[in-house]
Write a protein that binds this ligand. Structure first.
Ligand code: SF4
Ligand code: F3S
Ligand code: FES
Length: 236
């Protein structure tokens, strides 16, 4: 099949304003958008800038907007877009460094702000090996362990677009992962951080984040559980 691919181009060091380059391409319906971008780099324009690493939906590095919606370029097939024209643009709300590459610095700052690691200063159990957890306890936070930090959720959130100081759904998902982990002892600290002005209360339950997540994490539900824990003071 033939598609028209429109690719956002912008080099802030050379260009006054962004432009779209257009390519008419013969493609296989089973090609992924990442394949199309690789063809362009190989055959038309090696200067096209994008991030990618695993090419299999694992590393989270190639999130971008495709026909106005956030996807991992390596996970979206041409045939599933049902469109003759495919427009590829960088994620919204983060500074464009070049073409499809955005500055992920602020995103990772928000991530770090919620202490996304296990905190427990208590001595290890007597056998000195590991802190045990039942399958039920593990299930409580299993969904939010699936995050690959691609930023598709945060950059599709209207509250983040309105004010990029909002910590964002990805950071809350990663806080949730430890708040509800029975082995962790810093839930209260994280809940206090998320109860601040730029924390969970900025979420207006828009659900864009949940729709955008390539890992199908129930993000809006996780955010609701964090809000509930703040209100009740209980980690259930
Ligand atoms: Fe990406 Fe989903 Fe993690 Fe958000 S929660 S960063 S969309 S994997
Ligand atoms: Fe934004 Fe998701 Fe809440 S899109 S408003 S964080 S439900
Ligand atoms: Fe790794 Fe797409 S390149 S998730």
């Amino acid at each position: 099949m033939q598609v028209k691919l429109r690719v956002f181009r912008f080099d802030p060091e050379r260009d006054q304003k962004p432009r779209y380059d257009t390519f008419i391409m013969d493609v296989d319906p089973n090609d992924r958008v990442l394949d199309l971008l690789e063809y362009i780099k190989a055959d038309f324009d090696p200067t096209l800038a994008l991030r990618r690493s695993c090419a299999h939906g694992v590393c989270g590095s190639d999130a971008m907007r495709v026909n106005g919606r956030n996807y991992l370029a390596c996970k979206v097939l041409v045939k599933n877009l049902n469109a003759d024209t495919i427009t590829v643009e960088p994620l919204l709300g983060l500074r464009v460094i070049k073409d499809l590459i955005v500055d992920m610095g602020p995103f990772f700052e928000n991530y770090r702000s919620v202490l996304p690691y296990l905190i427990n200063d208590e001595p290890l159990p007597e056998d000195g090996k590991e802190r045990l957890q039942s399958p039920e306890q593990q299930l409580r936070f299993e969904d939010t362990t699936k995050c690959i930090l691609c930023a598709a959720c945060t950059t599709s959130c209207p509250s983040f677009w309105a004010d990029d100081r909002y910590v964002g759904p990805a950071a809350i998902v990663n806080a949730h992962r430890f708040i509800f982990d029975s082995r962790d002892r810093a839930a209260e600290k994280r809940l206090n951080i998320l109860n601040e002005q730029m924390g969970v209360w900025r979420c207006r339950t828009a659900f864009n984040c949940t729709e955008a997540c390539p890992r199908e994490i129930h993000i809006t539900q996780a955010i609701a559980e964090v809000k509930k824990a703040i209100i009740t003071g209980k980690i259930e």
